[in-house]
Design a protein around this ligand. Sequence first.
Ligand SMILES: [Ca+2]
Ligand SMILES: [Ca+2]
Length: 458
Amino acid sequence: MKTQNNIPINPNITITMKPQTHNYTRMKTNDPSGSARHFHLQLATARHALRSTMLLLFCLLAGTFAARAGSPPVVANVTAVQNAPTDPHPKYVHIYYDISDPDSTSVSVNFLVSQDSGATWTVPAKTFISAEGAFGPNVVVSSTPRTYDLFWDAGTDWDGNYTTHCRVRVLANDENLMLIPAGTYTRGNSSGDADITDAPVFPVYVSAFYMDSTLVTGGKWNFVVQTYASTHGYTFNGSGGATYFKAANHPVQGVDWYDAVKWCNARSEMEGLIPAYYIDAGCTVVYKTGQVAPFAKAGVNGFRLPTEAEWEKAARGGLSGKRFPLGDTISEDQANYTGDTSLTGNANIHYDLGPNGYNAAWHNGTTPFTSQVGSFAPNGYGLYDMAGNADEWCWDVYDPAAYVAGQTDPQGPSSGDSRVVRGGEWNDFANHARCADRSNNQLPNSAGGFGFRCVRGL
Ligand SMILES: [Ca+2]
Ligand SMILES: [Ca+2]
């Protein structure tokens, strides 16, 4: 049995400079007069036009992510250039990259954009256009390098900005990790639903992170437990066996919070990453067994539970002010929850388009009626089941008073016995699937459809 690999970020695998003269050359080529004087005049005009609209120069940088079991995908030959001013889409940036993977058939591909030669990667690049699935959670690959191309719509994401120190970075992994970009989002009950009284609306800044595209599946849970955790000092309160999940490609559910946290550590160690959770304040003894309130070590690269602020940002998928990950209403062809369009009163589930009852596609008479992960459309960040299927543990201690404005990367209260649960489940009505619905559970409660997914830093 192979162990899982590291997931190193290698920022230096390929660097292709596109010198600024590339675009100057294009201007010269397009100069009808051919005279040097005229050329320089046009150049000045072009510079002004670009400064007023968008960026011009791209250095390219491809980083790769290693993989789950087996070999990581390989990214190479990244190039990018802004379309010509005469193009119908002059604010599009055309990105090309080659990718292969010796032992995977699909990988996750994300992009980062820097305006300061790679010192930071905070340009809000999120609008990509591809006719051939060149980005997101299911990019088709093989052992033979394939060239993909796509457009970044820089005019939509970053209009009015200009830099001569732009870099585009291609991140690929075969572990279905999706990039949630750095930035501020609007958190809370922006739909104004009367029954939500603990989620005021305010902006919060969250640093970039990776999140599992799907809930942790039974197959993944067992792989980590059997391959690593069981022989490296980990114990779990539950069996980790079939009682946790319906099938290998269904989410684990009924997992207690402590087990989820310990499993994150085991997955980290298995992949050669620094664990996130410890039993001592000095963060020297890795949390592996028992039920203790662990300490989270900041800045490590290992897997961990999302903070509540991270989870809510991820659930919203880049949309703002929507009730659900895909919009203001929900239906059973969008998520695995229990429909009830007749409910009124406090919850007033007018946003549930039904039909009523357990999701018929997954109601086979044998509980739990979880769904195979990936059965519904992903949200804008490529994340599945952020509404429904299994509830998702977060790191935070639940406290309405801690959900307040003015924090960066909020971590929740430092102590408490109730942890946040988000997103609803197959056995919940649609109200719990709302992005601003804050559930919580007193530890060590592991009843119901509680599952989780992992995040990790870049
Ligand atoms: Ca692979
Ligand atoms: Ca969920």
